[in-house]
Design a protein around this ligand. Structure first.
Ligand code: ADP
Ligand code: MG
Length: 617
């Protein structure tokens, strides 16, 4: 071995304070990370009140005061040492960890890059211990009078790591992250009171409550709190529970899908996806729900130690967690009333049993009825209006009987005969209650609310469910065309046709091969009224192909396509009774609040909102 002296040494072990500083970079990225670590410590110390305050976006000062269990005089100086923790003792403990902390890193990291002050007192002690550090070196200590609990003040964060300071964003961004951080804790830990002061001004203040919904209302507003549906699923080993916001609360970003695993806020694209998917077509593509999802899992089945700030977790069974979240939320959303039940039953109305699964009872107690040769109500604008009006509202089992005329059979659709004119029954609620705006929006008053309905999406929803219901029951209904049309398909269309023939037949299309790449279209689904059946047929082929490429349900896509292309359009002028019938039928659908593509069918404005606008208390 060649001889070497100390002179030849270029490798040395880094001094402790430098190690801490480097390590701090991983845990403490910004003021919000300090807040996160310190609030976690307060929660671990079983605090019931946590008060946070920041000054100058946290650059000047971050303070967290809690009423938790405090520290003894000999523990305070130990707390800031690297790998000093009271939360685990052995490797086995690590497997069953239920506290936020266990790495013993946060205080060491924070103290190495700031001016730190800790004041802490246990209940059983007479007074508090106070200590100061600068860059991890103790500068002062003493005893002081203070309430039980711990107060930690971090001043001049990153004062000795200028690169970090440079990396910070605009103050408003940093403040926003602090608010988000405190909010994330506050949602889940609803029994704990939280407050946040930003430059001495209150940014958030919530008192402890037993109910998470109440906490959500306090944080995000009553409107949101009232539109939450509870859900739960799984078992003791792996369970989920929480609250799913109604589809109307959907938003353009994912940031209100709040996911917690054993109380720890985590981020997971795949689980956010599970939650969003669970809403199916009730929210449009590109929009995301409001949801609070709490996963509780045996700590042995989850690894929280995959990320220094524990933002991500790893499950032993990822797929199982995905499925449990998906089914729990899906069930909750599709079995709950989708809006406040504002409609009232009339005393004379007896709802058929099946309608109990409807979101709420219909206001209008009758299906639109048809009578022959009534000259008074002819001459509606669009061609197809009569067709959809004249159809039975639903399968006869679901159609409420006409009040006072029990046993009147559901009218048969007079599809081919334009002399058939719709006429609502005399029993129907007041038709003067319907107005049309811009030949597109139907305006009506329901209880204390003004409802605005998009006539196209609403009609789409109605037709979609009718077509699908018949298809599912394998009872498609076909209206034969007077003059069958032959269609020369392009080769792409032909391929789709060959594969999707059964789907088309199940919807009620009647078509048969008629030579090379030519089909003869002989009938289309009953209830569709289109000027150009050939175009409709081609469009549906196109939409089936798109659905197939996207891995979506082809039958549903075809039904949605047919509904969309034969629904009343924007620009179709409707008569009051037509609007009324449309409304009644919409209310009988399973999902009256969105069209098959997820666009809303209606918006509602409570009178309360008008009162506010007109400054009526
Ligand atoms: P960890 O939380 O991973 O244990 P920290 O560096 O965050 O590591 O904290 C070190 C120790 O200091 C904790 O284990 C705990 O015993 C003590 N401690 C920190 N903050 C508080 C507090 N607010 N109340 C009581 N004890 C605290
Ligand atoms: Mg900690």
């Amino acid at each position: 071995m060649p001889i070497a002296t100390d002179h030849d040494r270029i490798i040395t072990v880094l001094p402790e304070h430098l190690i801490d500083q480097i390590a701090a970079g991983e845990v403490i990225e910004r003021p919000a990370s300090v807040v996160k670590e310190l609030v976690e410590n307060a929660l671990d110390a079983r605090a019931t009140q946590i008060d946070v305050s920041i000054k100058q976006a946290g650059a000047e000062e971050i303070r967290i005061v809690d009423n938790g269990m405090g520290m003894s005089p000999i523990d305070v100086p130990t707390a800031i040492l690297r790998h000093a923790t009271s939360k685990i003792r052995s490797a086995e403990d690590l497997e069953t960890i239920l506290t936020f902390g266990f790495r013993g890193e946060a205080l060491a990291a924070i103290s190495s890059i700031s001016h730190l002050e800790i004041v802490s007192r246990r209940k059983l002690d007479d007074g508090a211990t106070m200590m100061f550090w600068e860059g991890g070196t103790r500068t002062d200590s003493g005893a002081i009078g203070a309430a039980p609990g711990t107060s930690i003040t971090v001043r001049h964060l990153f004062y000795n790591t200028p690169a970090r300071r440079e990396y910070l964003r605009a103050p408003t961004t940093e403040i926003k992250r602090v608010i988000e951080t405190v909010t994330d804790f506050a949602v889940y830990h609803h029994r704990v009171g939280f407050s946040l002061l930003v430059d001495d001004k209150p940014a958030l203040q919530v008192a402890g409550t037993d109910k998470m919904t109440e906490r959500v209302s306090d944080l995000f507003g009553d409107r949101i709190g009232e539109m939450l549906v509870p859900f739960s699923g799984g078992d003791a080993e792996l369970g989920v529970s929480g609250y799913a916001g109604k589809p109307e609360l959907s938003r353009s970003s994912r940031d209100r899908i709040l996911l917690y695993v054993n109380g720890r806020r985590v981020w997971s694209q795949s689980l956010q996806h599970a939650a969003t998917n669970a809403y199916g077509e009730t929210i449009p593509r590109g929009r995301y729900p409001f949801a609070v999802i709490c996963v509780s899992v045996n700590p042995r089945r989850v690894d929280v130690n995959v990320h220094p700030t524990k933002r991500e977790v790893r499950f032993a069974h990822d797929r199982a967690v995905y499925d449990i979240i998906y089914y729990a939320i899906n069930k909750a959303i599709f079995s709950s009333p989708r809006t406040a039940p504002v409609l009232e039953l009339k005393p004379s109305y007896t709802a058929p049993q099946e309608s109990e699964r409807l979101p709420f009872p219909p206001i209008i107690d009758v299906a639109p009825r048809v009578e022959m040769n009534d000259p008074g109500s002819c001459g509606s604008a669009a061609d197809n209006l009569e067709a959809w009006l004249s159809l039975p509202v639903q399968d006869s089992a679901v159609v409420p009987d006409v009040v006072g005329e029990p046993g009147v059979p559901a009218p048969t659709p007079p599809v081919e005969d334009d002399a058939f004119v719709p006429r609502p029954s005399a029993q129907v609620a007041d038709i003067s209650n319907f107005w049309q705006f811009r030949d597109l929006y139907i305006v009506t008053v329901v209880g204390e609310e003004l409802w605005v309905i998009d006539q196209h999406t609403a009609h789409e929803r109605i037709l979609y469910e009718e077509i699908l219901r018949k298809a599912m029951k394998r009872k498609p209904e076909t209206q034969r065309m007077l003059f069958p049309e032959s269609i020369d398909l392009e080769s792409r269309e032909w391929t789709v046709y060959e594969q999707a023939g059964e789907i088309l037949a199940s919807l009620g299309f009647e078509a048969r091969e008629f030579g090379q790449r030519t089909v003869l279209l002989e009938g289309i689904p009953t209830g569709l009224r289109v000027k150009n059946p050939v175009l409709l047929f081609r469009r549906i082929l196109e939409d089936i192909e798109i659905a197939k490429r996207g891995g979506e349900d082809q039958l549903k896509a075809a039904a949605a396509s047919a509904a969309c292309r034969s629904a009343v359009m924007s620009g179709d002028r409707l008569k009051a009774e037509e609007m009324q019938a449309l409304f009644a039928r919409l209310m009988h659908t399973e999902n009256p609040f969105s069209c098959p593509h997820g666009r809303p069918t209606m918006v509602k404005i409570p009178i309360f909102d008008f009162d506010k606008k007109f400054c009526r208390a």
